[in-house]
Structures are given as structure tokens and as C-alpha cells.
Design a protein around this ligand. Structure first.
Ligand SMILES: Cc1ncc(COP(=O)(O)O)c(C=O)c1O
Length: 389
């Protein structure tokens, strides 16, 4: 968020009037709109949202308004959440391991698209009526993401061939899917996966109905300014080269790339000495991802009266509020040397895997959500209170 941004002056106004002592997630609907529109205009297929990145009902409702075509859901609770907003939008149940009662719940919620990476999980879906789609999830040893999703899910190419044939033999709709790993900005990763999917489908003798190219699209983080249009072109060319006339319909299911810019996180300095400072949030709360993905380049510091802290930077070790010694950021943070106890630090780009993964450990980790609507500042955490900005 730039200093010119109107949202920033409204955040300062909110802080001056409320002096929040708990972390606050500020929702910027316009930034969410921009991310959704980037995919809607640039990606050549169906756009769905991976709910896990940020399941805030404000986010889900806004996405439905913007014409989101479907949601990648990992659990019955996520299905119920989406259904509380829309009865009709598509649900793709792409968590490849499910209990029998979760399958019953998914059918009740109207799921018609599933993914699998092992035979025993496919056997649990054998009763589904024709018209249901099963996407076989592939894993390849490809590097380029912040962390490797293939360590947990995905079939190797031989198993994928077998699974595709079994899906076809069950009379279900065969598709494929993969996830290159989150925060993936490397060139060539999607192309490698897409070519491998084309090869596997050919070896299985199966025509894919759809190809889900996953999430994994990168967000703005230290050292990465992603070029999504480059990735969209790479996907398009690889599908053409790999599948030719048998081109499947495409789906993508980003979480991070859609949600990241939609929220900024306001944290407060509780105490400091010459070397360290303790914040009111940490790795058990909204800063969990900081251990893998630093956001230290996207902070703005100010006093409770709104005065910006602009002095030269100095490094400080950062502790979270809990009593656990693990509750510490992995590297010192450079902050202005006039930053003081009770001051605030606003961190931009905190919409993905922040609220969603926060725990209540030691009684911390709870945050307000304040929505910066066009003409309104809406504090959801304080019981739907409205305040003029
Ligand atoms: C099946 C699936 N799809 C999509 C996503 C979203 O990934 P990202 O937030 O990296 O876009 C995930 C993340 O865990 C996932 O497991």
C-alpha cells in the first residue's frame, strides 16, 4: 500500500480514535477486486478460489459478487461457509484424502468435482453417479516454490496413468490436477507439469475433460514481484503444445495470489530494549508465515497520534506476545530507530495464511477485522460497529 493510498489515511484515522491494543486486519476490498480481475482477464479458463488462504466471509461474499465461478474446498466446514453465501457456485473438493462421512457431507453440499492421488481414495468414490469429475493429482520433483507440496500429496506418473484408467472405467469424468507448491515464481514449472499431464493422459489412452493447474501463483514478497501474465502465457503455450486439438478446459485455484493484497495487518509494540522488541502478534498468530516468507520490506511505522516514524533504520529481534521462546521472527526486522513502545507497525500484503492459521495460544492471536468499504470503515471484530473515516 502506498502512502498516497486513501485507505492509509483511513487506517490512521481509525488508530487515532480506537488506539487498538489487539492486532487488526484491515480489509481492502478494492485490492481484492484488482487481484480477481487480473485472473479473470488474464487466465484462459475457469477461476476458482482456494478458501483455505482466507476463509473470511467478507472475502467469500465479495468474490461471489465479482463472479467467482467456483471454490476449492478442503473440508465440510469450508463447503458450509461457501454455501452460506451461494447455493449455486461450484465446489471442487480437492483435498485428496477424505473420511467416508466427509464424502457424504460433500455430496450433500453438491460437490461434483473431486481429486485423488491413490487407489484406496478412488475406491471410496466409486459409488458416485456419472457426471461427477475425478481429477487425478500429479506430483513431480520440480523446484521453484517456497515449499514443496509434493512431499504430502500427488501421484507419481505411473500411478497417475493407472488412476486415470480406473476413473474412466468407473464411468466418471477423467481430469487431472497438480499444485506446483505455494509462492512459485520460477519459469517453466507450470509448463513441465502440463507437458507431463499430456503425456500421462496419452499413455492412459484417456481424453482429459479438464486440467486444473492449481494454485501456487506468487504474491509480492521480499525478493519477488510476480509477473502473473508471464505465467498465464506460459500455461497457455504449454497446453497448446502438450494437448494440441485435445485441449482440456482449464481451471486454476489460487489462494495466496487472490487474497494477499486484500488485507494489511496492524500490530503494536508492547515493549522494547536496545536489541529486541515484543509485539502483540507473532508466529502463533498472524505472523506464522514469516518463518518461510518474510514481509519485512512492506512495513510502515507510526505513533498512536498518527505521526510517521521515519528515522534511520536499525535491526531489532522481534518476539511475539506468548511465553514460548519459539515465538520469535527468524531474522531481525529493520525498523526506524525512533520506533517506541505503544507505536504501531502496519504490514501490507497479509491477506493469505495469516488470519486463517492464527491460533489462540496463550490467549493471543485474536484480531479485529476492519473493512475499508468505499465510504465506510466497518469494524467486524467489535460487533459490526460503524465509524466514519
Ligand atoms: C489443492 C490446493 N489448491 C490450491 C491451494 C492454494 O495454494 P496457493 O495459496 O499457493 O495459491 C492449495 C494450498 O494449500 C491446495 O492445497
Amino acid at each position: 500500500m502506498s502512502m498516497q493510498d486513501n485507505d492509509f489515511s483511513r487506517i490512521i484515522a481509525y488508530v487515532k480514535s480506537e488506539k487498538p491494543d489487539d492486532p487488526v486486519h484491515f480489509f481492502h476490498p478494492r485490492h481484492l477486486d484488482h487481484a480477481v480481475k487480473t485472473f479473470q482477464t488474464g487466465f484462459g479458463g475457469m477461476l476458482t478460489y482456494a478458501v483455505k488462504a482466507n476463509p473470511d466471509p467478507l472475502v467469500i461474499a465479495r468474490m461471489v459478487e465479482l463472479g467467482m465461478q467456483g471454490f476449492d474446498v478442503a473440508s465440510p466446514a469450508e463447503m458450509a461457509l461457501v454455501r452460506s453465501v451461494s447455493d449455486t457456485v461450484a465446489l471442487h473438493y480437492n483435498n485428496p484424502v477424505r473420511s467416508l462421512s466427509e464424502i457424504v457431507a460433500a455430496e450433500r453440499h453438491g460437490v461434483r468435482s473431486w481429486s485423488v492421488d491413490r487407489e484406496d481414495e478412488l475406491a471410496k468414490l466409486a459409488h458416485l453417479p456419472k457426471g461427477h469429475e475425478i481429477a487425478v493429482r500429479l506430483r513431480l520433483p520440480v523446484k521453484g516454490a517456497a515449499y514443496d507440496f509434493g512431499a504430502k500429496y500427488g501421484a507419481d506418473p505411473e500411478t497417475a496413468v493407472l488412476l486415470l484408467q480406473k476413473v474412466r472405467d468407473l464411468g466418471l469424468i477423467p481430469s487431472m490436477t497438480f499444485h506446483p507448491g505455494t509462492q512459485c515464481d520460477a519459469s517453466g514449472v507450470w509448463a513441465q507439469y502440463i507437458r507431463a499431464c499430456a503425456d500421462i493422459a496419452a499413455r492412459a489412452g484417456v481424453t482429459l475433460r479438464r486440467l486444473n493447474v492449481g494454485g501456487g501463483f506468487a504474491a509480492n514478497r521480499l525478493g519477488i514481484s510476480p509477473d502473473l501474465y508471464r505465467i498465464f502465457r506460459e500455461i497457455d503455450q504449454a497446453v497448446d503444445q502438450g494437448f494440441g486439438a485435445n485441449r482440456p478446459e482449464l481451471i486454476c485455484e489460487p489462494g495466496r495470489a487472490l487474497a494477499t493484497e486484500a488485507f494489511s495487518l496492524l500490530v503494536r509494540v508492547k515493549a522494547m530494549d536496545e536489541r529486541c522488541m515484543t509485539l502483540n502478534d507473532g508466529i502463533y498468530g498472524g505472523l506464522a508465515e514469516w518463518r518461510d516468507l518474510s514481509v519485512g520490506n512492506r512495513i510502515t511505522c507510526f505513533a498512536p497520534d498518527g505521526t510517521l516514524r521515519r528515522a534511520d533504520g536499525m535491526e531489532r529481534i522481534v518476539f511475539g506476545p506468548t511465553c514460548d521462546s519459539l515465538d520469535c521472527l527468524p531474522t531481525p526486522l529493520v525498523v526506524p530507530c525512533d520506533l517506541s513502545p505503544e507505536d504501531y507497525i502496519l504490514i501490507s500484503g497479509m491477506g493469505a495464511y495469516s488470519q486463517a492459521t492464527a491460533t489462540g495460544f496463550n490467549g493471543y492471536g485474536h484480531s479485529h477485522v476492519v473493512c475499508l468499504q468505499d465510504h465506510d470503515t466497518f469494524d467486524r471484530g467489535a460487533g459490526h460497529r460503524h465509524a466514519a473515516a
